[in-house]
Design a protein around this ligand. Sequence first.
Ligand code: NDP
Length: 449
Amino acid sequence: MISLHPSLQPVYAEVLHRNPGEMEFHQAVHEVLESLTPVVRRRPEYVEASIIERICEPERQIIFRVPWVDDQGVVRINRGFRVEFNSALGPYKGGLRFHPSVYLGIVKFLGFEQIFKNALTGMPIGGGKGGSDFDPKGRSDREIMRFCQSFMTELYRHLGEYTDVPAGDTGVGGREIGYLFGQYKRITNRYESGVLTGKGVTWGGSLARTEATGYGTVFFVDQMLRARGSAFDGKRVVVSGSGNVAIYAVQKAYQLGGTVVAVSDSGGYVVEESGIDFELLREVKEVRRGRIKEYAEERGSTARYIEDGSIWDVPCDIALPCATQNELDVDGARALVGNGVQVVGEGANMPTTPGAVDLLRSAGVLFAPGKAANAGGVATSALEMQQNASRDRWSFEYTEERLADIMAGIHERCLTTAEEYGVPGDYVAGANISGFCQVADAMLAMGVI
Ligand code: NDP
């Protein structure tokens, strides 16, 4: 880890003290603070106004009980969270995650990252995140519906299209957003489309929102390659995960001429030298909600399923971690470098450990941080809000074009900011500084809030 500027050390110490045991949150804060050394030198007014301390403290943290009844009639209790982190640039915006690993530290890390990611998109949205330790795996549709209804019965009072606008994340897709929106509409007696994004396209959703995070990640990596006279075309690609982000990263990688040779889920990974079959992958994972093992079984002898082991051992030019936090560690990074990887682009949030990031960068691998590379999802959510506000519906092609432009803009902003602050070509610093300064300037203008 890089040591922090002396004026930032007490800020970090206070974060550790105030948020004990929240490792992922500590990691996310440290990574941003590391990038801010050139900022505190050049903009002492941020330090004088305690902007950095204020940004590290959420505006509001909501924790609530979610009681629901399973199909056997047993009462179950989960815990719900919403961290409304920063609203300097717009209403809180960020997804909901349903996964047994969810606790306050995960929600805070995601909400903290979201502040800067959302600022980077150039759109008027603040940062927030939420979720529950509910595990949707193996639950029937009716159980999912009852859980979502109970979750929204508590959360609705904190939401609103000008206040807080959740979306999906791990474990929360179109089905869950439908149940959540239905309950919000019922309780409030308002058809307030802009209160949730990721809605179905026939009831206020945006075309291309489902694809946006995966597509955006590939667009961003393509921009990095183009800036160096290269292209996606002809590259071998490895994508971890096989959920929403991974599936559409796979599709766009093919559309740009790459070949995806491996994907995974939490059970194992599959390698297919001739290329993963996108249609079957989507059918197994998105439609049937099956396992990657079933995909391998259906492909027969062309595919190899590996239960124990690391997907990062598969040789590739481009690696896209699209599953979960801290999934790419130092060993994985060493294997990638050994096999000649050229680019690592984070589709997931904070999938690469700090040690792995250092190793990749010192080996000269191009590294795209998630804050920049996976911002296409939230940017398209903001496009969904625009369509809702104007009661309009855009075509897939137009929305995808807007997404591609936004990703090109984020790429440009990362590079120019890194250049301006004396760290040319450093996408991590460029993303953190650009996002941070936009939020900090708004907070300065608004006084001590
Ligand atoms: P999904 O729930 O749709 O998919 C997650 C995938 O990752 C599943 O295939 C899951 O497998 C797999 N996975 C989870 N843990 C591991 C692990 N330890 N090793 C290998 N695979 C694993 O989530 P999303 O695709 O929506 O989100 C993925 C990441 O992208 C998250 O970090 C999320 O925060 C981030 N993100 C998502 C956005 C979105 O628009 N959806 C926007 C921006 C970021 P299994 O089914 O076995 O659990």
